[in-house]
Ligand binder design. Structure first.
Ligand SMILES: [Zn+2]
Length: 256
């Protein structure tokens, strides 16, 4: 989540995003824009829930949402699926109708997404087979530029998107630990192939950050995130082997 002048710009809505925002001390009523990088459950499972829960706790202002198709259909069907609660709260609690507040915009290509008084947002196609399109986003505010890679294999588009940015948040994997990760599931071969095809090693994330000339690299979406044999120091050293700037290992509720 990026906070600018008391407006929240939320990037991706995985499981529990409303709860995590509450833990971060962010009132759900200040959500102004939502961005979905790609249509995978760990990035969109709580897309509708976040808006719905925000509305049920007092959100009564416009929310624009941005992301790949079928974002418009997902938005419409979500409100349809939850019409009972929504209609009840409107008639019984005097809430404003939720559907007219929410404006979904589908993104299909590179380029400018939106701009307001706080930020200018640009999208770039990233490399996440077979999920197409998948995007990274750049946020240019008055005092800081922040780039979110989304899930991607090493991508020249991320280098271009992140050129000269203050902060690059890049998804990363630790390849030597992938075999241990997939050994726990029956679909190990397919899962391993999928991970290797659409994630970036911490070394490569460092190389991309160096090529883009960013100041700070934040390692995010760690694969695996829960392997005690892969320590914070190992993530940082892998990225720093290719990058001279500052490296931070992203954790829940971390504030930068
Ligand atoms: Zn994904």
């Amino acid at each position: 989540m990026i906070l600018a002048n008391d407006s929240a710009y939320v990037i991706d809505c995985g499981n529990g995003v409303a709860r995590q925002l509450a833990f971060a001390g962010v009132p759900l009523t200040i959500i102004r824009h939502l961005f979905i990088t790609h249509q995978h459950s760990d990035h969109n499972a709580d897309y509708g829930n976040l808006i719905w829960l925000a509305w049920a706790t007092g959100l009564n202002t416009r929310v624009d949402t941005w992301g790949p198709p079928p974002l418009e259909k997902m938005t419409k069907l979500f409100f349809e699926m939850n019409a009972y609660d929504i209609d009840t709260r409107i008639s019984n609690e005097g809430r404003v109708p939720i559907a007219p507040l929410v404006h979904a915009h589908e993104i299909r290509d590179n380029g400018a997404v939106m701009a307001d008084d706080n930020v200018k947002v640009t999208a770039a196609l990233v490399d996440h087979p077979p999920v197409v399109p998948a995007f990274g986003y750049r946020f240019d505010a008055r005092d800081r530029s922040i780039v979110i890679s989304g899930d991607t294999a090493p991508s020249d588009n991320v280098v271009k998107l992140a050129r000269g940015a203050d902060v690059l948040v890049h998804s990363v994997m630790y390849p030597p630990a992938i075999d241990r990760l997939v050994a726990r599931v029956p679909n190990a071969d397919a899962l391993k192939e999928s991970i290797l095809a659409h994630q970036t090693s911490a070394e490569d994330a460092g190389r991309i950050a160096e090529a883009a000339g960013v100041k700070t690299l934040v390692l995010s979406h760690l694969v695996p995130a829960d392997d005690p044999q892969v320590t914070e120091r190992m993530w940082i050293e892998a990225a720093q082997s290719r990058f001279r700037g500052k490296v931070i290992v992203g954790r829940d509720l971390l504030e930068i």
